[in-house]
Design a protein around this ligand. Structure first.
Ligand code: SF4
Length: 362
């Protein structure tokens, strides 16, 4: 595993030397070719000598205990609390980023909170959290910190969750998703042009990640699609996206349609109307997605988990709070006995909708 190579820097292993003297980072599909001292556009991985180092290992933009539903994950230990954190930087550059102050941060020296993987796992245990989430910015860019934190969590019986855009190369992808127990992966659009123009990324690597996580790992997968008026919310695109999800990931992968709020470089667009989210959900259900949700708006039907076989409401939510729980002890519908896909226990957690900021004590 990695060793600390300089104060505040951590060795990494997904890179290779090129014949022209540059070093190529192979964590994400951007495959940056770096000269000595140069950073990638993610800002947090830089070349030092003949290697690439991570400059944010052990340092966070902040910790908060959240409901697991906020990730969003509706079928993974519902009602439980998750210790959430992020660092700085991102390997995409989404013009609509809702966490742009973190993802575009160049202030890695002033990251507020410092914590080792062991300290994070111990804090999660002490606070009664069932899991730790890598979120706020993409764990792809702090891969080594995330993987080693996930290992420390597993050693204490705590689960690990990745919230990511899934733009990652195959080898680091295998390492990241073997280390975590659940993931919510953003599928930002179903158009390579959107990824290219709006996110500085590509669609194909994200689709590859979704298929790899679903079929080659035991990580529980949910998918989020944030809808931006006029950019990725047409009937045609939603039809193609949801058909792809069913054909390539299966009907059991939950799909969350999330509302855009004007932010960062897309302040001239209106917020997503609730009707658009409901339309997307209807298209998904018609195409065979068993569990389609709406997020960022209040919508009792769009927040409820229904039995896919008999339409019995199984988990009724109000925002992040669970109002009613009807799954039986084995995660089945009490009406027809059909299993609901997910990671469920006999009872839901009782964390509720609370958000609790946490400062790490050193
Ligand atoms: S992780 Fe950063 S440095 Fe590495 S390829 Fe991606 S953007 Fe470039």
């Amino acid at each position: 595993m990695s060793d600390v190579v300089a104060p505040g820097e951590h060795a990494t292993r997904y890179w290779r030397a090129l014949p022209d003297g540059r070093v190529q980072c192979e964590v994400c599909p951007r495959r940056c070719r770096l000269r000595d001292g140069q950073r990638g556009p993610c800002f947090v991985r830089r070349r030092r000598g003949d290697a690439v180092v991570l400059t944010t290992y052990g340092r966070s933009s902040g910790f908060c205990v959240d409901p697991i539903e906020k990730k969003p994950l509706n079928h993974f230990l519902p009602g439980t609390s998750v210790l959430s954190f992020g660092t700085a930087g991102c390997n995409l550059a989404c013009k609509f980023c809702q966490n742009w102050n973190i993802s575009t941060s160049r202030e890695t020296d002033t990251l507020a909170d410092a914590a080792s993987p062991e300290e994070i796992a111990a804090t999660a245990k002490r606070l009664g959290c069932r899991s730790v989430a890598f979120t706020y910015n993409d764990p792809v860019v702090f891969l080594e910190y995330a993987v080693e934190t996930a290992a420390a969590c597993r050693a204490r019986g705590i689960k690990a969750v990745a919230v990511t855009a899934g733009s990652i190369c195959p080898e680091p992808r295998a390492e990241l998703f073997a280390a975590v127990d659940a993931a919510n992966i953003d599928l930002k659009a179903f158009s390579d042009d959107f990824y290219h123009r709006i996110c500085a990324g590509r669609l194909a690597p994200v689709l590859e990640t979704l298929e790899a996580v679903r079929h080659e790992t035991s990580c529980w997968l949910e998918v989020t699609n944030l809808l931006i008026p006029g950019l990725n919310d047409s009937d045609e695109e939603l039809d193609a996206l949801t058909r792809w999800v069913v054909a390539h990931l299966g009907e059991d992968v939950p799909l969350h349609f999330s509302a855009f709020h004007p932010d960062h470089l897309l302040r001239d667009r209106p917020p997503t109307p609730a009707a658009t989210l409901r339309r997307a959900r209807r298209i998904a259900l018609a195409n065979g997605v068993r569990h389609a949700y709406v997020g960022n708006v209040r919508d009792p039907e769009g927040e409820t988990t229904f039995c896919h076989a008999c339409a019995e409401p199984l988990i009724v939510r109000d925002g992040y709070a669970i109002e009613a729980w009807r799954l039986d002890a084995s995660g089945r519908c009490p009406g027809c006995g059909s299993a609901c896909a997910g990671v469920f226990e006999e009872r839901p957690g009782d964390w509720g909708p609370r958000l609790l900021p946490v400062r790490m004590a050193r």
